[in-house]
Design a protein around this ligand. Structure first.
Ligand code: HEM
Length: 427
C-alpha cells in the first residue's frame, strides 16, 4: 500500500495574496503565494500601513540561520508583527521576548516539566483522556471534529500540568481562543485590526481575555502559596536561578503564554491531520495497516500543518541575505510554514508521505533557544488521538464546509464537520 499522495492540497490558493492580510487566510494558507515568493524573492520586504515594514524569510536554510543566530536576530524587541512601543514591550514581555541568558533563566523554571521523559510519564493519562474524549464524541455519528475532539484534549492535558481543574478547562479554551484568535470575530468581540483595542494595548495579544487570565492566574498563585503542589504553577512561583521569584506581572505573562501556546496549536495540528486522512483515505488505510508508520506520520502532519506560521526577530546589525541588505533595527519574520514546504529541504514538498524519512521540519522552530517548549507534549497528544481513533472507527467522511481561522499568524481549521464510518466490528 502506498504511504504517500502527491498534491495533498489540491488547491494551493491564489499566488498573489497579501500575506499580511488576515483575510487572506480565511480560505486556507495562500501556499501558492509563498511558493512563488520562495522561488523569486525568498528574502523580501513588505511595507506596513503604520509606516514600518518587515523582511520575510521564506527558505528553510535562511529560516534556520535566523533562528540560530540570536546575536544578529534578537527577540528582545518583540516576536510578533505588531509594532509595540518600549512601554508595551516591557509590559507584555515573556521569555519569548528574551535572548539567552535571560531567556534561559526563565525557561529553566518550567523546562523539566516538558522534557520528553517527563511527558512520556503522562502517556497513560493522555491516552485515557483521549479515549474518553473520543468515546464521548462517538456517541454521535456526525459532529465537528474540532469542538468535539481536538479542542478538548490539549487544554485538559495542559490543565493537568498546570494543576488547574477540568472545570476550568472550558474557560482556558475560551481564553486561549481569544488570544490566538485575536483577529477572528468568532473568537473575540475585539478583533485587533477591526476594532479599537487601544484600551488593551498593555496586555498580551491586545486581548481583554488577558485581563481575565491575569485574575485567574493570581487566584491560582494564591492557592499554591498556601499549598504548593509541584505542578507547573507552583514551579513558576519558585525563585529563578538569580534567586528572585517572578514579579506578579512576569508570572501573569508566563501563565498567559502557556495558555496561548499550549492550546489551539495542538488542536489545529490534529485537525489538519484528520482532514488529510479523511480526504486521502488511501493514506489512512496504509497507516492503519502499518502502525510502525506512526512516528513519521505525526512528523509529516506537523510539517504540513505548520500551525504557528511565523515569529519575528529584529536585526541587531546590517546583514546580507540572498542579495538583500537587512539593516540594523529591521523586523525579520521567519515563516515556518514556508520553510516546511521548501523543495531544497523536503523533496516533493507537496507530497504527504507517512514514511518521510528525513523530516527536520520547523513546525516547532529548530535549533534556536526558543524551540517549542511543548513539542514533546504536542507530538504525544497528536499521536494518541490517531492511535485511539484507529481502534474505534473505520474512517471519517467530510460532512460540510471547513472554516478557517482569520489569522496571518496561526493556520487553523476552526470547524471540520465529519461523519463517522464505523468498522463493522465496532458498530
Ligand atoms: C503542535 C503544536 C505546537 C506548535 C506547532 C508549536 C509551535 C511553536 C513555535 C513555532 C515556537 C517558536 C519557535 C521559535 O521561535 O524558534 C513555539 C514556542 C513555544 N511553545 Fe509551542 N507549539 C505547539 C505546542 C505547544 C504546547 C503544547 C505548549 C505547552 C505549553 C507550547 C509552548 C510553547 C512555549 C512556552 C514556547 C516559547 C518557548 C521559548 O521562547 O523558549 N507549545 N511553539
Amino acid at each position: 500500500m502506498s504511504t504517500y499522495v502527491d498534491n495533498y492540497l489540491p488547491d494551493l490558493g491564489p499566488d498573489n495574496a497579501d500575506i499580511t492580510s488576515h483575510d487572506a487566510y480565511t480560505t486556507g494558507v495562500p501556499h501558492a503565494t509563498f511558493e512563488r515568493l520562495r522561488q523569486t524573492e525568498p528574502v523580501f520586504w513588505t511595507d506596513e500601513t503604520d509606516g514600518s515594514g518587515f523582511w520575510s524569510i521564506l527558505r528553510y536554510d535562511d529560516a534556520l540561520a535566523v533562528s540560530r543566530d540570536v546575536d544578529t536576530f534578537t527577540s528582545v524587541k518583540g516576536i510578533r508583527l505588531e509594532e509595540m512601543d518600549a512601554e508595551q514591550t516591557e509590559a507584555r514581555r515573556t521569555m519569548m521576548e528574551f535572548d539567552p541568558p535571560d531567556h534561559t533563566r526563565l525557561r529553566r523554571l518550567v523546562s523539566k516539566g516538558f522534557t520528553r521523559r517527563t511527558v512520556e510519564g503522562f502517556e497513560d493519562a493522555i491516552r485515557a483522556l483521549a479515549a474518553e474524549v473520543i468515546d464521548q464524541a462517538l456517541t454521535n455519528d456526525e459532529f465537528d471534529f474540532v469542538t468535539a475532539i481536538a479542542e478538548q484534549l490539549p487544554m485538559r492535558m495542559l490543565g493537568r500540568l498546570l494543576g488547574t481543574s477540568d472545570d476550568d478547562g472550558h474557560r482556558l479554551v475560551r481564553w486561549g481562543d481569544a488570544l490566538l484568535g485575536n483577529t477572528d470575530p468568532e473568537f473575540t468581540d475585539f478583533p485587533v485590526d477591526l476594532t479599537d483595542t487601544e484600551q488593551f494595548r498593555m496586555v498580551p495579544f491586545r486581548s481583554p481575555a488577558a485581563i481575565e487570565i491575569f485574575q485567574f492566574a493570581q487566584e491560582q498563585a494564591a492557592e499554591r502559596r498556601t499549598c504548593p503542589s509541584g505542578d507547573i504553577i507552583s514551579q513558576l512561583l519558585e525563585p529563578t536561578s538569580d534567586g528572585e521569584p517572578l514579579t506578579d506581572l512576569e508570572f501573569n505573562n508566563f501563565f498567559t503564554l502557556l495558555v496561548a501556546a499550549g492550546n489551539d496549536t495542538t488542536r489545529y495540528t490534529m485537525t489538519h491531520g484528520v482532514w488529510t486522512m479523511m480526504n486521502h483515505p488511501t493514506l489512512w488505510e496504509a497507516w492503519k495497516a502499518d502502525p510502525t508508520l506512526t512516528e513519521t506520520a505525526v512528523e509529516e502532519i506537523l510539517r504540513t500543518s505548520a500551525v504557528t506560521m511565523h515569529f519575528r526577530r529584529t536585526a541587531t546589525r546590517d546583514v546580507e541575505m540572498r542579495g538583500k541588505t537587512i539593516k540594523a533595527g529591521d523586523k525579520v519574520v521567519i515563516w515556518f510554514n514556508s520553510a516546511n514546504h521548501d523543495a531544497d529541504a523536503f523533496p516533493n514538498p507537496w507530497r504527504f508521505d507517512l514514511a518521510r524519512d528525513k523530516n527536520d521540519h520547523m513546525a516547532f522552530g529548530r535549533n534556536g533557544p526558543h524551540l517549542c517548549l511543548g513539542a514533546w507534549l504536542a507530538r504525544m497528544e497528536v499521536r494518541l488521538v490517531f492511535e485511539e481513533l484507529m481502534k474505534r472507527i473505520d474512517r471519517f467522511e467530510p460532512n460540510g464546509e471547513v472554516e478557517y481561522l482569520r489569522s496571518n499568524f496561526i493556520a487553523g481549521m476552526k470547524h471540520l464537520p465529519v461523519r463517522v464510518i464505523r468498522d463493522s466490528e465496532h458498530v
